[in-house]
Design a protein around this ligand. Sequence first.
Ligand code: GAP
Length: 458
Amino acid sequence: MTEQAPIKVDMEKIVSLCRRRGFIFPSSEIYGGLSSCWDYGPLGVELKRNIKEAWWRAVVQERDDMVGLDASILMHPQIWEASGHLKGFADPLVECKSCHLRWRSDELENSNCPSCGGELTESRLFNLMFKTFIGPVEDEASVVYLRPETAQGIFVNFQNVVNTTRKRLPFGIAQIGKAFRNEITTGNFIFRSREFEQMEIEFFIKPVTDKEWFNYWLEERLNWYVKLGIKRENLRLRQHTKEELAHYARECYDIDYLFPMGWSELEGIANRGDFDLVQHASVSGKSLDYFDEESKEHFLPYIIEPSAGVDRSTLAFLCDAYDEELEDGETRVLLHFHPTLAPIKVAVLPLSRQEKPVTVAKQIYTDLRQQWMVSYDDAQSIGRRYRRQDEIGTPFCVTVDFQSLEDEQATIRERDTMNQIRVPIVDLKTTLQAKLEGESLFILPPGGSIWKVEREER
Ligand code: GAP
């Protein structure tokens, strides 16, 4: 967290909405919770899945120069020796001699305990990796670590991928997976936790092309957030100073987002040079050289690494989408999610619980859910049902009324504008598809009409 910024939405509102509507719960809640661990509920899991799918689509599916990987979380302990994590992945820790709370000394503003003002111990380095044992014997020889980043699984599979895919430089390997860090201080909801997910790319290049590819990935990654709806003014690039650079990095920029607590890192983009391949070749004793057929040379590629956090992205998309509108003295809370990310794409709402409209609405629901996550809601007034869907960011509601039984049309209502159109039921799927892909609400299928509503009933 670097500088104070104007607050748009406070974190309490986001935490409360997430809790209330089933996006995110504190972990192990019935046992009093487990510090800084979080469970994604029915809507949160959809949102997170959509973020990961959008990332995978952009960086793997739509590219010729990228492949995916899913490496195991537990890896050979020598990997962490080679990567530098055993020695260097540590934060300076101090403990209060009175209340025994522990703090990161580099984050303290003065030399006393921020909680009780007590005297602090000397600072010592605390390694952030979680240790466990592999197999039934708990001794030094069976120690393994929960990975603190997914990246190392990619480096140690570099040769496997080259040999099996025949990929030639430049190319990248992408991976999404859990990472674990025994952070000394956590907080700001899902921003910093001890168990989290990363979406990492290791992009292997010829060393002389590193500047060009570094700039390419800065732009590419920044644009990804903007395309998915994050406001450009809430994003910035921040270059790491020499003192801040990680041991492996030649150059690094953070993509910062203007979170409620101020500008903070969303994603890091680093030029790792050949640090990792040199280290793994040296510690494993296996050659990780790449043979370039054009120049007939053997060399170790450089690596550009865009490394994003799934949970931080989730928090950023939630904060950026959050909005409140005052309507007739009441507050309409809404999440302006990009349709790609919205947990529920369409809600089907019958205006009556009588058999005939319900049968039609259920048919529509059954049909649409073949394609998307769709919800069905017939409880309470239509106004309240719209508000419920607005609050979880559902882009479209489809209502079925008595007139639908006669004219075989249904109404599509848009979340952001509350505009409505009347569409033949047979065209609902294609119309919604077009609208979810970004077409204006008022483009109608043949036979459709703009529905006149004076005011939404509450
Ligand atoms: N392989 C490089 C690497 O791990 P990092 O900057 O330490 O770099 C990358 O982490 C991203 O992972 C961060 O930008 C952030 O989004 C996410 N991340 C890191 N630590 C986290 C934590 N404790 N809780 C949630 N997300 C975290």
